[in-house]
Design a protein around this ligand. Structure first.
Ligand code: UD1
Ligand code: CA
Length: 432
């Protein structure tokens, strides 16, 4: 890993129109910057992230997930621009890969192509039908001669369609000499990193263009770009898991977080959403169910069920309109219309339609513990904290407010009254 990496992430991202720094906007569950750091981490043990706008917030977010990343604060007032961003950074290795924090789709394979390209500088280029907004790349005899920013282009240069994608691999020694002497005498009054190309060429250095995929290297600038990047990433994630043995019905309608994992044989029906660090092993998720940060093994869920964070289900069958939150279910059936929150439910237990764990009294949350082989009749409420031992029957419509011992029946009902012929007294005309 004889490569240092710098990730440029100091920009404000104005076009996102957001109080959240651009690089922290998630794509498939992870901030876009983290996707870049993941790709970089596979190539380098020396990663520096350049920050300025909301420095502390971005740094703290990175530190919750990554160890050993270095941070560089750009003096963006005095040294604005991509060249200013690199002022004062020290590198451990001979070559430096420079990336942007807003390229969540960039792959390690493409970065390897750049870092293996050789030459004194290798840079990413893309031929675009509409090159507007990008720096134009002047290529002669297969070598890059110059990058001209759009605002500095002559009308002739403006017609060049090969653009700078903004990723470079540069010999450290060149950066150390060129960055301190960059000038800001240009249309934007910024220090352009791109000027190192011209400086290199003047010294007789070789600058290699590396043609890259637009899909991977096009940066995210707006929420429109963000949604587009997510669509592309979803396609990659689904494809990966299908090839790993997950069956998907109408895959275009399925959303899978990049942190989710599948094992064994899983089946996902249309409209399913898997959010966060879920792990599913031999699970059938039926149409339009939502699963968040949960563990599921040998179970089926849905259609239209919601399994919320902290749930751990084994050998269970969860049916339509059932919501489960932070509950451990082992061998449980809950077929219809229930809320099970902060519960522990053991093998062989059947949860009838409309059962609710009343886990919240407006101040705190309480647990419901249910043993083995408990039959909970429909429309029952379990007022937590409450414990039901093994082998219990809870009659339909019961409100359980006390612990129930093993083998018992729990029943709470207003006695039923039958009033004969009441209907005909109430609607006298109905009598024939
Ligand atoms: C830059 C290139 C341009 C290229 C384009 C590709 C320069 C001078 N121009 O354009 O040739 O086509 O990228 O996207 O480099 N950043 C900082 N500090 C700054 C300014 C930017 O860290 O002072 C970071 C941004 O957060 C972003 C990256 O650098 O991650 C690129 O910045 P952006 O403003 O999008 O690119 P340009 O400078 O316009
Ligand atoms: Ca800019």
């Amino acid at each position: 890993m004889s490569l240092s990496v710098v990730v440029l992430a100091a920009g404000k991202g104005t076009r996102m129109k957001s109080a959240t720094p651009k690089v922290l906007h998630p794509v498939s569950g992870k901030p876009m910057l983290f996707h870049v750091l993941d790709a970089a981490s596979r190539l380098s043990d020396d990663i520096t992230v350049v920050l300025h706008h909301q420095y502390d917030r971005v740094k703290e977010a990175i530190e919750t997930e990554y160890r050993g990343i270095r941070f560089h604060r750009q003096d963006a007032e005095r040294y604005p621009g991509t060249g200013g961003a690199l002022r004062g950074i020290e590198y451990r290795h001979e070559r430096v890969l420079i990336l942007n924090g807003d390229m969540p789709l960039v792959t390690t394979a493409s970065l390897l192509r750049l870092s293996d390209a050789g030459g004194d500088i290798a840079m990413s280029v893309i031929p675009l039908s509409d090159p507007s907004g990008y720096g134009r790349v002047v290529i002669e005899e297969g070598e890059v001669k110059e990058i001209v920013e759009e605002k500095d282009c002559t009308p002739e240069q403006r017609r060049i369609r090969t653009v700078n994608a903004g990723v470079y691999c540069v010999r450290r020694e060149l950066l150390e000499r060129y960055i301190p002497v960059l000038s800001s005498e240009n249309a934007q009054g910024e220090y352009y990193l791109t000027d190192i190309v011209k400086m290199g060429v003047e010294e007789g250095r070789h600058v290699r263009p590396v043609y890259v995929e637009e899909e991977e290297f096009k940066g995210v600038n707006s929420r429109f770009d963000l949604a587009h990047a997510e669509e592309i990433m979803q396609r990659r994630i689904r494809r990966y898991w299908m090839l790993e043995g997950v069956t998907m019905h109408l895959p275009e309608t399925i959303y899978i977080d990049v942190r989710a994992e599948f094992a064994g044989e899983c089946e996902l029906e249309s409209g399913v959403q898997i959010h966060g660090r879920c792990r599913l092993e031999n699970v059938h998720v039926k149409a339009h169910s939502v699963i968040e940060e949960a563990l599921l093994r040998d179970s089926s869920v849905g259609p239209m069920a919601r399994i919320r964070p902290g749930s751990d289900l084994t050998h269970s069958q969860i049916g339509n309109f059932v919501e489960i939150k932070k509950s451990i279910l082992k061998g449980v059936k809950a077929g219809h219309l229930s809320y099970l929150g902060d519960a522990e439910i053991d093998e062989g237990t059947n949860v009838g339609a409309g059962t609710i764990t009343c886990n919240y009294d407006g101040k705190a949350k309480y647990k419901t513990v249910i043993g083995k082989n408990v039959f909970i009749g429909s429309d029952s409420q379990l007022v937590a904290p409450v414990t039901l031992a093994d082998d219990i029957i809870v009659a339909a419509g019961t409100t359980v407010t006390e612990d129930v011992p093993r083998g018992a029946l729990a029943i709470s009902r207003t006695p039923l009254k039958i009033v004969a012929d009441f209907y005909y007294r109430f609607f006298p005309k109905a009598r024939t």
